[in-house]
Design a protein around this ligand. Structure first.
Ligand SMILES: [Zn+2]
Length: 348
């Protein structure tokens, strides 16, 4: 009864934090996936050479940030202007992101083995018995790999998965999701000759060591794209399971969430379900101003260290009494925050 119940909402900031801690960010800038050295799973050349429409767009806008190129891939008028198909170009972008982030994920998984001192890893390990639900906007498998490492079970409604543990919602897709083989029968290859996209089918979970192969249908929402999967059979029910937990949580922690316009409907619907007494934690060195506005009137803590959930002395922030495992005492000033992070902190 008296134990914390924590929901996690993770964004790109979690992967950025790991990139800095592990050194991965030196070679793999998560803002520039189009320049990553990604081999085509069908041929031994740069993957972009197998995706001619996306490559043409990239070449035309080579000076622009990668995320602008993805935004242009989604823009019907831009595709038409450059004489590339406005349906196939976003599909090529989905294939690119899926295979590129599969490679990136493999690097993360490899490095995580030697990075168990990463503060987020330690924090999740410390609170694993208190985490009741998770929601991730990332395609990569970092959160899952931490959960695997600390033996916290989770499921995302894949038909071949065990279905035990906490609900983990990945509404924008994931590199380990693939449509069920019985949903469609063809042999995918690059360059694409079949154009399969946006079918609402059951999904399966791929093993982490079997991610690099041509996908039947990539499951990946392009940056800046509104979520076309929100009503899908592996998203809507997962969201319901997540929301059931979030409506009973004592803490909801938003890790590295940017609150981009396209993600707001999903994030706002989570915020609407968090109990008014629950403490909200914004773990972000640069909390988005509009997100903070949205949280006004609630008990909110900001964890702004670049290194993860650490206080100014470098200690992990804990959301429970380490001796008893119970909730921390609320502050007498009625802020709704725990005393040690409210008036107690001001005494130090
Ligand atoms: Zn206080």
């Amino acid at each position: 009864m008296n134990k914390p119940k924590i929901s996690i909402v993770a964004g790109n900031g979690l992967s950025i934090s790991f990139g800095h801690f592990s050194g991965l960010a030196h070679h793999w800038n998560s803002q520039e996936p189009l320049s990553w050295p990604i081999d085509c799973p069908s041929h031994r050349h740069n993957f972009l050479n197998s995706l001619p429409r996306l490559k043409a767009l990239h070449d035309k806008y080579i000076e622009h940030p990668d995320f602008d190129v993805f935004a242009k891939a989604l823009d019907n008028a831009t595709c038409t202007k450059h004489d590339i198909d406005p349906f196939i170009t976003p599909l090529e972008a989905r294939h690119f992101l899926t295979i590129a982030f599969s490679n990136y994920s493999n690097k993360q998984i490899e490095l995580l083995e030697t990075c168990k001192e990463w503060p987020w890893y330690k924090w999740i390990e410390l609170h694993k018995g208190n985490i009741v639900s998770a929601f991730s906007l990332n395609y990569d498998l970092l959160l899952e790999s931490i959960f695997d490492g600390v033996a916290l079970q989770y499921f995302s409604l894949q038909v071949n998965h065990h279905g035990h543990g906490i609900p983990l919602v990945k509404p924008h897709g994931s590199v380990d999701f693939e449509i069920h083989p019985s949903s469609i029968s063809y042999k995918p290859n690059y360059p694409l000759t079949n154009f399969v996209d946006l079918n609402d089918t059951p999904i399966i979970r791929l093993e982490a060591n079997k991610l690099i192969y041509p996908r039947s249908q990539p499951l990946c929402i392009i940056p800046n794209e509104s979520n076309k999967y929100s009503g899908y059979q592996w998203v809507a029910p997962a969201n319901r399971l997540f929301n059931e937990e979030v409506s009973k949580c004592t803490h909801c922690i938003f890790i590295g969430i940017s609150y981009f316009e396209c993600d707001r409907p999903e994030l706002d619907s989570i915020l609407d379900r968090i109990p008014i007494s629950a403490q909200i934690i914004v773990a972000n060195p640069n909390p988005p101003q509009e997100f903070m506005e949205r949280l006004k009137g609630r008990p909110v803590m900001i964890w702004s260290s670049y290194n993860g959930p650490l206080d100014s002395k470098g200690n992990l922030f804990t959301l429970k009494d380490i001796k008893t495992g119970n909730l921390l005492r609320n502050c007498f000033c009625r802020s709704g925050l725990s005393y040690q992070y409210c008036c107690g902190a001001k005494l130090l």
